[in-house]
Ligand binder design. Structure first.
Ligand code: ZN
Length: 348
């Protein structure tokens, strides 16, 4: 009996943070509004397909890269279920109509690349791959997530041959390379609840609950294209040296760095940002700063609530490290993206 009580107590402590939605501080809202004004998005050139690759942001680490001929989706999280379905096993994946609507503004989807298997990265990815006949690329855990009860026809596991960096995967004119990474730090109980360093070992039929989505293997991804290269890091942590090893493969230059700042803390940020800035990006954009349990309203992503971090604080930390880095190096542009806003990677 005592054992059961202890487990219930742990569960309550683990889910408490998820129940505190709607408590976004006024100062966070105002500071984010100021940051959006300070770091606005440049308008896409009319002939962007001739110059570069568009990268459209959909919140968390969900980004569509499009060269006008084909597109690649990183992660795939549009359903953003709220707390009750997430805890009680009623999380529903994206429907075909919604997916068709989103991807009607993009070129043919060639691949869906999932960075790790938590629900806010992987949940909708199998359905999107299925609806658009694209490859689903990810860890063994990700490939166990079904679309409803349906298996995915074109799954692809990255191949790592005695290296932390995968073999390159060709998707249209894009070449995608996965780099082994680790998850940003979470408090002990939350880490237990969401299965940090745990794997999904059986087929995951939907609808389901948040705790079934264990982390699985964790990757950053390098997206190379003749017109511009990008690096996407979904979690606020990297294995020191892996990114440098991958990006030192000649002749790679990072035009655009997209990097997760969710739960970015003062303790972890110096090492993390130093590793990222070593890739000498021409431009950088923080991602995964939003709350994942609410839908965007009027084109704006919801802000996180305590204790999921504070978007304005995390972005402030990033800006302070960028300032230090820039004093010794060349200029790195900084852009803040809101829901469905796009930048042109490689455009002059
Ligand atoms: Zn995660």
């Amino acid at each position: 009996m005592r054992h059961i009580e202890k487990r219930i107590c742990y569960l309550v402590l683990a889910i408490l943070p998820f129940t505190l939605s709607g408590c976004v501080s006024q100062s966070q809202t105002e500071r984010m509004a100021d940051l959006f004004e300070q770091y606005p998005v440049s308008e896409m050139p009319n002939d962007w397909e001739k110059q570069g690759v568009s990268a459209t942001y959909y919140g968390t680490s969900t980004i569509v890269f499009d060269d006008g001929v084909s597109s690649v989706l990183i992660d795939g999280f549009f359903s953003r279920p709220s707390i009750i379905p997430a805890l009680f096993g009623q999380m529903q994946q994206i429907k075909r109509d919604q997916s068709n609507e989103i991807f009607s503004s993009h070129s043919k989807l060639e691949g869906v690349v999932v960075l790790h298997s938590h629900h806010d990265h992987a949940m909708d990815a199998p359905c999107i791959a299925n609806y658009h006949d694209a490859y689903l690329i990810g860890s063994d855990s990700t490939l166990k997530i079904l679309c409803g009860a349906k298996e995915i026809k074109r799954p692809k596991s990255p191949i790592f041959s005695q290296s932390e960096v995968s073999e390159p995967i060709v998707l249209g004119n894009f070449t995608v390379t996965l780099i082994q990474s680790v998850h940003g730090e979470l408090p002990g109980i939350a880490a237990w609840y969401v299965g940090i360093e745990k794997h999904i070992t059986e087929k995951l039929v939907m609808p389901s609950r948040l705790s079934k989505f264990k982390e699985g293997d964790n990757y950053a991804v390098l997206i190379e294209h003749p017109k511009g290269n990008s690096l996407v890091v979904g979690s606020a942590a990297v294995i020191s040296g892996n990114i440098e090893r991958a990006t030192n493969r000649e002749p790679i230059e990072i035009d655009w760095l997209f990097f997760g700042v969710g739960k970015l803390s003062k303790q972890a940020s110096e090492q993390y940002l130093t590793a990222l800035l070593a890739t000498k990006p021409k431009n950088m954009t923080p991602i995964h700063w939003d709350s994942f349990s609410a839908q965007p309203q009027s084109g704006e992503l919801p802000l996180p609530t305590w204790p999921f971090g504070n978007a304005a604080d995390a972005i402030g930390l990033v800006l302070s490290y960028r300032a230090q880095y820039q004093s010794a190096n060349s200029e790195t542009g900084f852009t803040l993206l809101n829901y469905q806003q796009a930048v042109c990677v490689g455009c002059k």
